[in-house]
Design a protein around this ligand. Structure first.
Ligand code: HEM
Ligand SMILES: *[C@@H]1O[C@H](CO)[C@@H](O)[C@H](O)[C@H]1NC(C)=O
Ligand SMILES: *[C@@H]1O[C@H](CO)[C@@H](O)[C@H](O)[C@H]1NC(C)=O
Length: 318
């Protein structure tokens, strides 16, 4: 099975280069200029994840946010400067954390091969490592991304919202060259991590004049979420895990959707088009099918490029 997965990911990469998505990216990009770059990133991610189980989810989400705004150009890593408020300080910044992991990897890389490895590549590699460390599949990451010089909090409204329905999700993904297949596979990233109450509270109380709870949500699941998110919420960081095994990369996410226990409207909405509905059933019944599709779609998403330079410090433009 493992060798099949490897074969498959190579096939996917081949397919991608034929389609000339990410045409400038290659597997051996740093072979001469920074051999071992991949492993230096892996070491930094491993060390951090070992100390803090929430690191892998954070790195995966960081890469997704990066790629969805201006391409995978590490714009998510830039700090606000002067009166420019950066993406990371914009509204959908809940749960964004673990930026230090990228800093650690960059510092190490700069000491081996200064000015060579982009922050955007570090992020793509770290997202892959996050999946592997959580028990998910592995793949070779095409590299050669450049870092961007622009990061604006105002552009984070381009990210899909957890209240999106299936047509809104389709549109958000297709604007970035991603299909409905990619949408279903990549949404499986929600097998990892945690969400704050604000991301789903609209579904569990005063949903509509006709129904207190979103009718697409299992009522006892809604009751348990109301417990975790009291009305006069005094608990800082109250919320829910994304699935029942939030540090393990598995297909529970899809099984829960079939039980109407998807956390966000955008998760549950995957049942609302025949094509995406079929894929949810497929991935719920086959972890292998999910893993293969996830790898394929991650390579596709992380090949949306956009930057111009190799930053010296991931938090600031050169
Ligand atoms: C399909 C559209 C998507 C929407 C609407 C969405 C929305 C969200 C929201 C609202 C949160 C919780 C933020 C919080 O309350 O703290 C979240 C968390 C997360 N998302 Fe997504 N997301 C989407 C796609 C993705 C994709 C494609 C990935 C990666 C492949 C991903 C990975 C994650 C992870 C890992 C977390 C947990 C972060 C943590 O625990 O630190 N999401 N997402
Ligand atoms: C998140 O963004 C809000 C503004 O939308 C800002 O006030 C807050 O400080 C940011 N939080 C973090 C952790 O960056
Ligand atoms: C999704 O929401 C948009 C905007 O509110 C609406 O125009 C559209 O009809 C909705 N689509 C579905 C399938 O519910």
């Amino acid at each position: 099975m493992a060798s099949f997965a490897v074969l498959f990911s190579h096939f996917a990469i081949l397919l991608l280069s034929v389609l000339s998505l990410g045409s400038s990216l290659s597997l051996d990009y740093y072979e001469k200029t920074c051999p071992g770059a991949d492993f230096i990133v892996t070491k930094a991610v491993r060390a951090a994840a070992y100390k803090d189980k929430t690191v892998p989810a954070a790195l995966l989400r960081m890469h997704f946010h990066d790629c969805f705004i201006r391409g995978c150009d590490a714009s998510i890593l830039l700090n606000s400067v002067g009166n420019n408020i950066a993406e990371k300080d914009g509204p959908p910044n809940l749960s964004l954390h673990s930026f230090f992991v990228i800093d650690n990897a960059k510092k190490e890389l700069e000491s081996y091969c200064p000015g060579v490895v982009s922050c955007a590549d570090i992020l793509a590699l770290a997202a892959r490592d996050a999946i592997v460390l959580s028990g998910g599949p592995t793949w070779d990451v095409p590299k050669g991304r450049k870092d961007g010089r622009i990061s604006k909090a105002s552009e984070t409204i381009q990210l899909p919202s957890p209240s999106f329905n299936i047509s809104q999700l389709q549109q958000s993904f297709s604007q970035r060259g991603l299909s409905l297949d990619d949408l279903v596979a990549l949404s499986g990233g929600h097998t990892l991590g945690f969400a704050h109450c604000s991301s789903f509270q609209g579904r569990i109380r005063n949903f509509s004049p006709a129904s207190n709870v979103d009718p697409e949500m299992n009522p006892s699941f809604a009751a348990s979420l109301r417990n975790m998110c009291p009305v006069n919420n005094k608990v800082k960081n109250a919320g829910s895990n994304m699935d029942t095994s939030p540090t393990t990369f598995d297909n529970n996410y899809y099984r829960l959707i079939l039980q109407k226990k998807g956390l966000f409207s955008s998760d549950q909405a995957l049942l609302n088009f025949p094509k995406t509905n079929n894929l949810v059933y497929k991935f719920a019944s086959s972890k292998e099918a999910f893993n293969r599709a996830f790898v394929n779609s991650m390579i596709k998403m992380s090949s949306i490029t956009g930057g111009q330079e190799i930053r010296k410090n991931c938090r600031a433009v050169n």
